[in-house]
Design a protein around this ligand. Structure first.
Ligand SMILES: C[S@@+](CC[C@H](N)C(=O)[O-])C[C@H]1O[C@@H](n2cnc3c(N)ncnc32)[C@H](O)[C@@H]1O
Length: 390
């Protein structure tokens, strides 16, 4: 939003006056939301009426059926992407769409699609980014087929911009009867200018009546969205944050394109790619049957995830009687298989940590990603976590 008028036009469109927050530039996150006055604890910052939220209910009346919420919102945004410095021509949500980021050139998905080398990322990060790319390509092909059927004109570049807006800016909002429905999302003006923090004072959405009743909204367009200030006093000039979730840096990087520096991050390493090669097919099948295949992590506390311990205990079993004891550990009937087995899996953790550190050493220089610093931090985090285990 280069044009400082855009925010006041947004407030006019939302029919909001005296809002105690405004967007300002930040050194590391483009824009953020800042207090313009002293704000008492847990104060209503603003309420966005249901018809100004961009979601499956507010868009459904304007499109034939056939798309899920992500696809529908992304389609709508891509049809009305502003040609900066021109405003969005959308008669429905133009003043809001005009405030969206101009591009996502530094987002890892954009870098990957433009040819960045996935091997420069830690393997678990690369795997997560490949999965994000698959989600994107699936949505893109669904929306392209829909657009062709309904004679709508789309470009790839605009769809990527739109899809990344949805992926990085949507928030949970109850739209459907089931709480777990993936369509329970919305874009919400103003709120989507808030950056993420892990801990500390945070704004929170006020629970809607629908959410409290645990049902679908009664109103056709769903509920309004009210944002509350943190539960402590906010001084003027302070940045107001949201917490996007208890995400690892891997998830923050892949989904949102940033990482939290060492001291604030929930540091963890996923060692599946190194550990899975150690297993025979038979043992892999046992782990799959037991529900313990994959999602094997270490953190810097230093802790080894229970899933990884369980898998490594099985790795070091070579008799039927020990296998029976292993099943007993899974069932919670005994604590361990044997002392020797405990020593063996701990040694495998050590060996794995050494391998992770050696691998990270080889990736000191990274060049292909617009967010090279973030990539370096991901490698450094792998080293830190693994050193804490040695
Ligand atoms: C919901 S938007 C927040 C507003 C955004 N900064 C803007 O300028 O429009 C989410 C995006 O903000 C950035 N972001 C959020 N929290 C951040 C943080 N703690 N550090 C760096 N960037 C952050 C990331 O680019 C993320 O994809």
């Amino acid at each position: 939003m280069d044009n400082s008028d855009s925010f006041s036009q947004l407030l006019d469109w939302l029919d909001l006056k005296g809002v105690a927050v405004e967007p300002r530039s930040t050194p590391s996150a483009a824009r953020g939301l800042f207090a313009v006055q002293r704000i008492p604890p847990s104060t209503v910052l603003f309420t966005v009426p249901a018809h100004r939220l961009l979601n499956c209910r507010t868009l459904a009346p304007h499109y034939p059926p056939g798309l899920d919420a992500v696809q529908l919102i992304a389609l709508h945004l891509s049809l009305y992407r502003p040609r900066y410095p021109e405003k969005s021509l959308d008669p429905l949500f133009g003043p809001y769409i005009t405030t969206l980021p101009q591009d996502f050139d530094t987002h890892p998905l954009t870098c990957l699609l433009r040819g960045a080398d996935i091997d420069e990322l830690p393997p678990s990060v690369g795997g997560a980014l490949e999965r994000l790319k698959s989600r994107y390509l699936r949505d893109k092909s669904t929306v392209e087929a829909y657009a062709e059927k309904h004679s709508l004109s789309l470009t790839c570049d605009d769809f990527l911009w739109a899809w990344l807006n949805v992926n990085t800016r949507c928030i949970f909002h109850r739209m459907k009867r089931e709480r777990g429905d993936a369509d329970n999302i919305t874009l919400c003006p103003i709120l989507d200018l808030a950056n993420h923090v892990v801990t500390g004072p945070c704004m929170t959405p006020r629970k809607t009546a629908t959410e409290i009743a645990n049902t679908a909204p009664i109103a056709r367009l769903g509920d309004a969205f009210t944002l509350l200030s943190p539960d402590t006093v906010t001084e003027p000039g302070t940045e107001l944050h949201l917490t996007y979730g208890a995400h690892s840096n891997r998830t923050l990087f892949v989904e949102y394109g940033f990482v939290i520096p060492a001291d604030g991050a929930r540091a963890e390493v996923d060692v599946q790619d190194l550990v899975e090669t150690l297993f025979s097919n038979d043992k892999k099948e046992i782990l799959e049957d037991a529900g313990y295949w994959g999602d094997w992590k270490l953190d810097a506390s230093p802790a080894v995830s229970y899933r990884l311990i369980t898998a490594l205990r099985l790795l070091h079993i070579d008799s039927d009687s020990d296998l029976k004891r292993w099943w007993d550990t899974v069932a919670g009937l005994v604590e361990t298989v044997s002392e020797a087995n405990e020593r063996a899996w701990k040694q495998t953790v050590n060996d794995t940590c050494s391998a992770v550190i050696t691998r990270a050493e080889k990736h000191r220089t990274v060049s292909g990603w617009a967010v090279n610093d973030a990539v370096r931090e991901l490698w450094a985090e792998e080293t830190r976590v693994c050193l804490s285990h040695l």
